[in-house]
Design a protein around this ligand. Structure first.
Ligand code: PLP
Length: 376
């Protein structure tokens, strides 16, 4: 039966493995019989949702019998005003992940080439593969997207280029001038997907004006999300900004009610909560300085992150260390693949969470050096 179904499925599913997300706290506690675990694995906002969003959610609950506004009218209006765009430049998604998927389904055909940095967010490559596309991987340079090399990797078969800025899992960002040069070098029949899931964490001098290319009508979509700094990952809402003609194509294939009513209301309220945004940013900056300083003292280096996570080279098996941390109730993200075998990705938490992570890591690293490793 399994074999028959595999044969009936799209051939592009072959060899594809499901995306493994960071484990929820409850699941880890249940499996290990522990309590008080902390999660630093999925780059969520450790301060939680904005209080304004929580209030909007409570108010919206009694309308749960109604279908959502399929057009996301108010959320698009608010975003458009804020971004200096018209609402027809905006498309909403069930998380920005859905928008990446819609872009792939809308534009990628078997035989097309897709240019991706290496390493980058694994979803890009999975979705390209699912459409039957070849992926061209361009190594990072000094842990950052090498946009010059990526532009050079473009051929007549290239349909799409993914740029994660900041990049996940490195946390690094390209300089605004590099993006301009990249866009100058690229023909307009190559679509650029700028994934800016973490852009609100980036210092202003490092934030490129990517929307200028959207306004100019370049083949670009800029993706952002309410899952990260806005603290609404559980509600699933993201947005894309693109020329109206690209938005119109995406609107043809998205599900009618892809963003639920509660998510729309919470996102709208969260947008206005400047205080929550600024305390999230401030706490992240000091946490990042603390963690990179402490890691440096242990002789461990991180690429220069401008996001809310750090990629740490442990110089030993990252999976084993992540597993040992898990048993101490600290959930971090091991990174597969030959390149990042010795790395973990850790989300910057609250000050007590960061201290707990450092304590646990020190314990694990000490044990690792003077004890034989336990098989779990
Ligand atoms: C978290 C993340 C996203 C989007 O997440 P959603 O929850 O689907 O909005 C997109 N890109 C990158 C690189 C991310 O890390």
């Amino acid at each position: 039966m399994a074999k028959l179904l595999e044969e009936l499925a799209s051939p592009y599913l072959q060899g594809l493995v499901p995306y493994i997300p960071g484990k929820p706290i409850g699941e880890v506690e249940r499996e290990l019989g522990i309590t008080g675990a902390i999660k630093l694995a999925s780059n969520e906002n450790p301060l939680g949702p904005s209080p304004l969003a929580l209030r909007a959610l409570r108010d919206a609950l009694s309308e749960s019998h109604r279908y959502p506004d399929g057009d996301g009218y108010y959320l698009k209006q608010a975003l458009a005003t804020r971004l200096g765009l018209t609402p027809d430049h905006l498309v909403l998604g069930n998380g920005c992940n859905e928008l990446i998927e819609l872009m792939a389904r809308c534009f990628l055909l078997p035989g097309d080439e897709v240019v991706i940095a290496d390493p980058a967010f694994v979803i890009y490559g999975m979705l390209a593969h699912l459409q039957g596309c070849a992926t061209v991987r361009v190594p990072l340079k000094a842990w950052t997207h090498d946009l010059e090399a990526m532009a050079k990797a473009v051929t007549s078969r290239t349909k799409m280029v993914f740029v994660g800025n900041p990049n996940n899992p490195t946390g690094t960002a390209v300089r605004p001038t590099e993006l301009t040069a990249f866009m100058d070098a690229l023909p307009n029949d190559v679509i650029v997907v700028m994934d800016e899931a973490y852009i609100e964490y980036v210092p202003s001098e490092m934030t490129p004006d990517s929307l200028q290319f959207v306004r100019q009508g370049r083949s670009m979509i800029v993706l952002r999300t309410f899952s990260k700094i806005y603290g609404l990952a559980g509600l699933r809402v993201g947005y894309g900004m693109a020329p109206p003609s690209m938005v119109e194509l995406l609107e043809r294939i998205r599900a009618p009610f892809n963003v639920n009513a509660l998510a729309q209301r919470a996102a709208l309220a969260a947008l206005d909560d400047e205080a929550h945004l600024s305390s999230s940013r401030t706490m992240n900056e000091s946490g990042r300085a603390y963690l990179s300083g402490e890691l440096h003292r242990l002789g461990l280096e991180c690429p220069p992150s401008v996001a809310n996570f750090l990629l740490v080279d442990l110089k030993q098996d990252g999976l084993a260390v992540a597993d040992a941390l898990l048993h101490m109730g600290v959930i971090v993200r091991p990174l597969g693949g030959a390149q990042l075998k010795t790395h973990i990705r850790v989300t910057i938490g609250t000050p007590p969470e960061n201290e707990r992570f450092m304590e646990a890591l020190k314990t694990v690293l000490q044990k690792g050096s003077d004890q034989p490793k336990l098989k779990s």
